[in-house]
Design a protein around this ligand. Structure first.
Ligand code: PLP
Length: 443
């Protein structure tokens, strides 16, 4: 475990995020029953407090896991099987699963500072944790800094709360710190400053861009200068095609070295892209005071992440160990690298005069800038997709879905994760047709 109870360690100070807490999170209280739970284990006490169903009535008697490419079955202990089908009443996740990730995070992100003050909480996918973390640090209508183009799943709930979404544009090197500085240096004195910067630093959805180490360093410095938190949504961290030597370190790992503190970065990881999207397992790494707030929201809303998913994930992770996980991650990223190469080769064959793109170094998306006809109302991939996708026989997501201001754009997001080589070729040929249809429609 990486926590030291919030005390400075290794000369690091621990940033206290309390002044940035939202007003709405202060209204949440732990459910009444929670404070009584420790009394249950007092000697001689017969507990009548928890409304747990009696497992004798559950129809399951066991659970077994078979892994691809092996006849080996993962044996679950009796405790695991019992836990898998019952309420855990642990909003932050099963302790052994949390510990597994805490040790893994130390290995991946904090080797120089094993005592940095952060822990892990498990959520129902990283989406669940993102939503709750925004509840903790924003009130409806607040300004939020957004690495743009942005993941539409986050935009959805930010729109619903009427946030002022401050677009900070990325380029081939990821989020540009000059954009951050520009927005904050000229921030109106009578307007509340943003408390959160949301960014997807590796193989961003939708752009496939990754942020360089130099830029992350500058952004961390700006976080300290302007007092904001960095929500590092690294859902594609393990799908990085770059040599591990050249890959940029995470914000979480850079923070103590750059700012001499920990606690400003909230890191979101996900098993969805690498183990199973259906398990719905996400991990938030953050300071204990933040996790306590997020877990309190969990205990009042969805109670906990599914026990069955956590038990399955834990059995797999114990079987793999850190080394096995990393081997699987490297095989998986190699799989997607090949998919990327195939798709980019198809784009080269069919789209050279019809579009431009950057070759992504991580993730599963190609962000394609269609060369659409100039003129009012025509630079709009949404219109092109809506009008011509069926006739052309191809569909991709229009870029407007990723624009916080919902501005029109010529971009489309093409996902190359599922398509075969033949489909990639045909899809790119048909995207070229889309552009031709758009020109034909102007005549
Ligand atoms: C950038 C990004 N963040 C978060 C998520 C949600 O992931 P999870 O399945 O862990 O909720 C996704 C899913 O597509 C994503 O692309």
């Amino acid at each position: 475990m990486a926590t030291n109870g919030g005390l400075p360690s290794n000369g690091l100070s621990h940033y206290n995020p309390t002044p940035l807490l939202s007003q709405r999170v202060q209204k949440w209280k732990p459910p009444g029953i929670q404070s009584l739970l420790p009394l249950e284990s007092a000697p001689g006490v017969i507990s009548l407090i928890v409304g747990k169903p009696n497992p004798e009535c559950f129809p399951f008697s066991g659970l077994s896991i078979t892994l691809k490419g092996s006849d080996e079955r993962l044996e679950l202990s009796e405790t695991d099987i019992r836990d898998a089908f019952q309420y855990a009443l642990l909003p932050g996740g099963l302790p052994d699963l949390r510990k597994w990730f805490e040790r893994f995070q130390v290995k991946l992100h904090n080797p120089g500072h094993p005592d940095a003050s952060w822990d892990c909480a498990i959520g129902s996918g990283s989406q669940d944790l993102l939503y709750k973390a925004f509840q903790v640090f924003t009130d409806p209508g607040d300004s939020v800094l957004i690495d743009t183009p942005a993941y539409s799943g986050t935009l959805g709930f930010l729109y619903a709360d009427g946030h002022d979404l401050v677009e900070l544009f990325s380029d081939a090197e990821g989020l540009n710190p000059q954009e951050v500085e520009r927005a904050l240096a000229t921030w109106p004195a009578d307007k509340s400053r943003p408390r959160v910067l949301y960014t997807v630093p590796t193989g961003s959805n939708p752009t496939g861009r990754s942020c360089t180490k130099e830029r992350k360093i500058d952004i961390l410095r700006l976080a300290k200068k302007y007092d904001f938190l960095i929500f590092e949504d690294d859902a594609y961290y393990f799908l990085d095609f770059q040599d591990p030597e050249t890959k940029a370190p995470s914000y979480l790992s850079l923070e103590p070295h750059i700012n001499g503190e920990t606690g400003r970065v909230l890191r979101f990881d996900s098993l969805s892209k690498i183990v199973s999207a259906g398990l719905r397992i996400g991990v938030l790494t953050a300071s204990p005071v933040i996790l306590q707030k997020v877990n309190m929201i969990t205990s009042n809303t969805n109670l906990q992440t599914a026990s069955t998913s956590q038990v399955l994930a834990l059995a797999l992770l114990r079987h793999w160990g850190h080394a096995g996980f990393l081997t699987h991650a490297s095989t998986t990223s190699e799989f997607y690298r090949r998919k990327r190469d195939v798709f980019v080769a198809a784009a080269e064959r069919h789209l050279k005069t019809k579009a431009t793109w950057e070759v992504p170094t991580a993730g599963m998306f190609l962000w394609i800038n269609l060369s659409l006809p100039p003129g009012d109302g025509r630079q709009d991939s949404f219109q092109v997709i809506s009008q011509h996708a069926v006739a052309a026989g191809v569909i991709a997501v229009p870029g407007v879905a990723f624009m916080p201001s919902r501005s029109k754009t010529c971009y489309i997001r093409a996902s190359f994760s599922l398509v075969t080589e033949e489909e990639a070729d045909e899809a790119c040929r048909r995207i070229a047709l889309l552009v031709e249809h758009a020109f034909a429609a102007t005549k």
